[in-house]
Design a protein. Structure first.
Length: 134
């Protein structure tokens, strides 16, 4: 079965289209793509060792690119997208949570702080829901 894309939202001045069946996002209104099942939530997070490895790799890229950060509006848009994702795990006593994707596992908050990868311009969602900002 092929994806059927409908307009979903604006992001960084671009129109984003989403498949109603699998949730795949794209900037292209018509894209030939086979629909894949919706990602099921993981009931755990990556191990601490895996999280450290994932973060170290991301930090290396971030450092190499000059450690650029997003503005508050861009951060809020990314946070909104993350909170709607089945891989987002809400944490008690905080506005954000954790991405449970095996290649991530990072803390997600509404603050532009060093350990918050959604605040880094050069990062992207592991399943393509949002990308790097130039």
């Amino acid at each position: 079965m092929k994806c059927i894309f409908k307009y979903n939202r604006e992001y960084n001045g671009k129109r984003i289209y989403q498949c109603d069946k699998c949730g795949y996002d794209t900037e292209l209104e018509s894209l030939e793509r086979m629909c894949k099942p919706i990602i099921q939530p993981q009931y755990g997070e990556p191990s601490l060792i895996k999280k450290i490895g994932n973060f170290s790799f991301a930090f290396g890229k971030h450092f190499y690119k000059g450690m650029p950060t997003v503005n508050k509006e861009q951060l809020d848009e990314r946070l909104k997208i993350c909170k709607e994702c089945p891989l987002f795990k809400q944490k008690e006593a905080m506005i954000g949570g954790t991405c449970t994707h095996e290649s991530c596992g990072c803390t997600i908050t509404d603050e532009i702080v060093f350990l918050n990868k959604i605040a880094w311009k050069d990062q992207s969602c592991p399943i393509g829901k949002w990308g790097e900002i130039e």
